[in-house]
Ligand binder design. Structure first.
Ligand code: SF4
Ligand code: SF4
Length: 446
């Protein structure tokens, strides 16, 4: 049994916003140096100390101590945070900022009455987005209109402008084409004929929920590439949503339950675990790597959660480690690479995708200024904070335009939808693809 943790919070505080002492301690690590300020997208845009990591940490500690009140203004400064974790990469003191903001948000949510629109969005997030079959059903009418060719006309006529702002943004982000009913991945894929070595590696493939529906082709191509590297790929049917949407919207208990189910799926109590748990969606990967913190107070799962986390990888890490077969097909394109926050800052994966893209014959890569600054997607942020999200997307698109590249490559479904939809809204011609799509083309020729 662990020794009791020291109580670091103000003992006089009985605020419902009092943080867990372990989280509170994260905030005490801040030495106010300010090195995180230029890395913080909201501070860069507003120049306001309360919109910076340093300022928000002081607000959260003050709330926890009961020294300041959760006024509308304080809530707005905290709500504006993207939880992009750019500040964590910049911080020399190792402040784990996301634990502070996520716990504070959960505590604030418990004291707050949602507006009617807030309740509707929460129902959509929790009851539809995280269930692939329900999401497919919800998207079916739009997909049918796309197949019939009338959807672009409805967009041009401005029909969707009548929707409430958040639903309008969701509509904007719907990819312009897709299957009527996206197929599930096979539950098992053996190494393919292309693999020169039959590696003994077994990969557990985490499909995601929005990713599995909106970007099912990316997942299919990722599985084919992994098999071409010699891996056996399992996609357990019993896997569920990673829990990120719940966790980031203050619903920690459902997120914990999802974590337990995914641990059971990939690291079963009986039978061998998979070697790697792989995803193409950076947002999911970041959440999967948090399961050890999420379940640290759950004795039956705490150790298994640590084991699970040690196996989580982004797909590019495993492809780089196993080694792709020969890339026989040239890809004549000029691209630029956008670092998804949940890949670069949350998972520290920046080298593997660049290394793989550099191997693609014919491909020209132009460096992107501010490549690791958030594009404004940030999970459901672009739905809840559309103004700041659009400003950040505009900054990203200006940077992309400055490279002259016609294609932006990024490893996160949320970034892809945000950058693509905002480019369309601005009339900027831009293709946005996942690294896996270019690698698949180089290996398989499609
Ligand atoms: S998580 Fe992102 S938006 Fe929030 S304080 Fe850190 S850098 Fe700024
Ligand atoms: S860089 Fe780290 S220590 Fe410095 S102000 Fe930011 S959070 Fe605090």
């Amino acid at each position: 049994m662990n020794a009791p943790l020291p109580v670091l919070k103000n003992p006089a505080s009985d605020s419902p916003l009092t943080l867990d002492p372990r989280t509170y301690e994260r905030g005490l690590g801040c030495v106010h140096c300010g090195l995180c300020l230029p890395a913080c997208p909201t501070y860069v845009m507003t120049g306001h100390e309360a919109d910076s990591p340093r300022g928000r940490i002081q607000l959260m500690l003050g709330l926890s101590d009961g020294k300041i009140e959760a006024t509308q203004s304080v809530r707005e400064h905290l709500d504006l945070c993207l939880d992009c974790r750019g500040c964590e990469t910049a911080c020399p003191s190792g402040v784990v900022y996301h634990e502070l903001i996520e716990e504070t948000r959960a505590r604030l949510a418990a004291t707050q009455t949602l507006t009617a629109q807030g309740r509707l969005m929460r129902r959509l997030f929790f009851n539809i987005f995280v269930h692939p079959a329900r999401l497919k059903l919800a998207l079916l009418p739009a997909r049918m209109l796309q197949k019939m060719g009338v959807y672009p006309l409805l967009r041009r006529l401005g029909l969707f402008k009548m929707l409430p702002s958040q639903l309008r943004k969701m509509e904007q982000m719907l990819p312009e084409s897709g299957r009527l009913w996206p197929r599930r991945l096979p539950s098992e894929t053996q190494h393919s004929a292309l693999s020169t070595q039959h590696s003994s590696v077994t990969v557990g493939f985490f499909a995601g929920c929005i990713g599995a529906v909106m970007f099912d082709e990316v997942n299919r191509k990722a599985v084919e590439l992994l098999a071409a590297c010699g891996a056996r790929v399992l996609a357990p049917r019993v896997q569920v949503c990673c829990g990120a949407i719940h966790h980031h919207n203050g619903a920690h208990h459902p997120a914990e339950e999802m974590a337990r189910r995914n641990i059971d799926a990939f690291v079963p109590k009986e039978g061998p675990p998979v070697d790697f748990i792989v995803t193409t969606v950076a947002g999911c990967g970041a959440m999967l790597r948090e399961y050890d913190v999420l379940l640290r107070d759950d004795p039956p799962y705490a150790q298994r959660a640590r084991d699970f986390v040690s196996r989580v990888r982004d797909v590019t890490e495993v492809l780089a480690e196993l080694g792709l077969p020969e890339m026989k097909h040239r890809v004549h394109e000029t691209i630029t690479y956008h670092d998804a926050c949940h890949l670069a800052h949350a998972q520290k994966v920046t080298a593997a995708p660049r290394k793989l893209l550099a191997m693609v014959p014919g491909l020209t890569t132009v460096p992107l200024p501010e490549s690791d600054m958030c594009c404004g997607a940030a999970g459901t942020y672009n739905l809840t904070q559309p103004e700041m999200a659009t400003q950040l997307a505009g900054r990203k698109l200006d940077n992309i335009a400055s490279t002259g590249a016609a294609t932006c490559v990024t490893g996160n479904v949320g970034c892809a939808m945000q950058i693509r939809s905002e480019a369309t809204a601005r009339g900027q011609a831009l293709r946005v693809v996942h690294p896996v799509e270019l690698l698949h083309r180089a290996v398989f020729g499609d």
